[in-house]
Design a protein around this ligand. Structure first.
Ligand code: SAM
Length: 242
């Protein structure tokens, strides 16, 4: 099974509903039952979220801005976006991840934490849905898709990028594992998905390929970032209509 949309997608869904869910829930969480590698990935990923928030807020307030968070995981980005007043539609192929995201929001509401950054006014909670990227529709000011492209081979990534761009009115933010680190990463990718049962493949993407896919549908890259820790690498790009 090489292709997302065929066998690969089912493997990815199955992984993120089971062993992958257990693993990533911990990495994206706050508890200290993580090993050194997981802690490093947690740090890298949190920097990606931080940089994304910076890219977004640099252009002005997020109040009332509609955002589609495609492949939202446990809500690591959706929740801070909502805190800033964005109207967030978040979705993920994994029902387990979505359930965890909803749980997190409930907890924050109970703790009244969501009031904090919004001048005491309760923000609109993100809407979480179980849905794969391919079936997303509608129009949003901003579409964000963080660390999901790793599940797509470049042949499928082009179509996915085109689809996400078609949903976005003003900007599209993507993060992906850059191909530059390919050889270095091969070893480390093995650590992300260890063991014989976790057969999800990891695909790296050359920045030039992502840029070409964006250009093909009339978009250009406006900002770029690179996040690296010991075990985490992400290229972050913000694209706008050319
Ligand atoms: N974007 C989140 C973040 O940065 O916190 C989660 C990143 S996690 C590494 C990848 C996520 O992509 C998983 O939650 C997985 O279920 C989701 N995913 C993978 N393939 C997908 C697809 N075809 N449609 C929707 N979600 C998908």
């Amino acid at each position: 099974a090489e292709e997302v949309g065929g066998g690969d997608k089912e493997v990815v869904r199955e992984y993120f509903n089971n062993s992958g869910f257990q693993r990533w829930k911990k990495i994206y969480g706050e508890t200290d039952d993580v090993n050194r590698v997981q802690l490093d990935i947690r740090l890298g990923h949190s920097k990606t979220v931080e940089n994304t928030m910076l890219m977004l807020t640099e252009e002005g307030s997020l109040k009332g801005v509609t955002v589609c968070d495609a492949g939202c995981g446990t809500g690591s980005l959706a929740i801070p976006l909502a805190k800033q007043g964005a109207i967030v539609s978040a979705s993920d192929i994994s029902a387990a991840m979505v359930a965890e995201a909803r749980k997190k929001v409930k907890r924050l509401v109970a703790e009244e934490e969501l009031l904090a950054d919004n001048g005491g006014e309760a923000p609109v909670m993100p809407k979480f849905e179980v849905k794969d990227l391919e079936s997303l529709d509608g129009k949003y000011d901003t579409v964000v898709c963080l660390d999901v492209l790793i599940h797509y081979p470049q042949s499928k990534a082009d179509g996915m990028i085109a689809h996400l761009a078609s949903l976005a009115e003003k900007r599209l933010i993507l993060s992906f594992a850059p191909k530059t680190f390919y050889y270095d990463l091969l070893k480390r990718v093995g650590e992300l998905f260890p063991g014989p049962s976790k057969a999800t493949r990891a695909y790296l993407h050359a920045e030039a390929d992502v840029e070409r896919a964006l250009q093909k549908v009339g978009w250009k890259i406006r900002k770029r970032g690179l996040i690296t820790t010991q075990f985490y690498f992400a290229r972050l790009v913000e694209a706008v209509p050319a």
